[in-house]
Design a protein around this ligand. Structure first.
Ligand code: NAD
Length: 307
């Protein structure tokens, strides 16, 4: 069945260019009414302009879609609340939120300033939290919502010079995990997307020939799936250059040690067993993981966990 967004209202942050623009156009092409948000600054967050958001909103309308522009800075809670109010005043609902806005302030950690660390965490992590705080009550009241956090391999796997960005982007995975649990009873699906695409953010990283292969349009299908009614819950999808994969946070079964054996030397001796990838498991909740250790401790102590 075709994935459509008729009657759905989507807010896409940072949609004045790059990947966000592609997401906004793709959502609108499938029927969504889109709030095109962009603060309109440079790649490191300097300056501001309403023009990029207005241009993309006009582009959507010219193609027969419905869109309004919004110039909120996602780190400004009052502006973000006004953005949500604008969506509600215009179309009466917020079904989809794509937390895409982002900046870069790359530096090796030896040269990282506190200001650069904070600025990047503020836009990616705090900005996503503010936009979600503004949309959440409307989604709960409607018993429907889809929220996509835009994460990055720089956080999940690491990338030289991006400690601020990596911390914020992996923070969004934690944010997504908790909201997936809290949103489930109101049919609010929360997921994360890890894109790779040629945008101003990745300029100079590779040759022009290779950049042609990482067209932002190739990421849009993954965003559309995560924004749809059919979205897998709590999924991290990665997409780039026509490749699509799922990213997991996993943990090995590990070992359980009796009190007298709990030494770093024992851990060193049994590290291969502790690290055995053949036992990897995905936990749905924090309690699920804690239960694994507790069950073993309780069994050894002869205590029943079921009371
Ligand atoms: N391009 C990639 O390969 C790649 C890889 C991993 C993650 N990402 C993420 O994808 C998202 C989009 O990045 P892009 O590559 O399209 O870069 P981009 O610079 O073209 O897009 C980011 C947009 O966010 C806007 N923005 C920045 N700060 C804002 C703020 N405070 N409020 C509102 N808007 C703001 C910018 O004006 C810009 O239009 C970012 O979150 C980025 O970290 C991109």
């Amino acid at each position: 069945m075709a994935i459509r967004f008729d009657e759905r209202v989507a807010i896409v942050t940072g949609a004045g260019g790059g990947l966000g623009r592609t997401y906004a156009l793709a959502l609108a092409a499938r029927g969504a009414r889109v709030v095109v948000n962009d603060y309109g600054g440079s790649v490191n967050g300097a300056g501001a302009s309403s023009e990029p958001a207005e241009r993309v909103a006009a582009e959507i309308r010219a193609a027969g879609g419905e869109a309004i522009a919004n110039g909120a800075d996602v780190t400004n809670l009052a502006q973000v609340r006004d953005m949500a109010a604008q969506a509600i005043a215009t179309w009466g609902r917020i079904d989809i939120l794509v937390n895409n806005a982002g900046i870069l302030r790359d530096a090796s950690f030896a040269k990282m300033t506190p200001e650069s660390f904070k600025a990047v965490v503020d836009v990616h992590l705090l900005g996503s939290a503010y936009c979600t705080l503004a949309a959440w009550p409307h989604m709960r009241a409607a018993n429907y919502g889809r929220i996509v956090m835009v994460s990055s391999t720089s956080g999940v796997y690491g990338n030289f010079g991006q400690s601020n960005y990596g911390a914020a982007k992996m923070g969004l995975v934690g944010f997504m995990n908790v909201l997936s649990i809290e949103g489930a009873k109101n049919n609010i699906g929360v997921s994360a997307l890890i894109p790779t695409a040629a945008t101003r953010m990745t300029e100079g990283v590779m040759s022009e020939k290779l950049r042609d292969l990482i067209d932002p349009a190739a990421v849009a299908p993954a965003l559309l799936l995560l924004a749809s009614e059919e979205a897998p819950r709590r999924a991290i999808l990665s997409a780039g250059a026509g490749g699509y994969a799922r990213t997991y946070v996993l943990e090995t079964e590990g070992v359980w040690l009796k009190a007298g054996d709990r030494t770093p030397e024992t851990l060193a001796a049994r590290l291969a067993e502790i690290s055995d990838k053949s036992t990897l498991h995905e936990y749905e909740t924090a309690a699920g993981q804690a239960g694994k250790f507790l069950r073993k401790a309780a069994a050894d102590a002869g205590i029943s966990l079921t009371g």
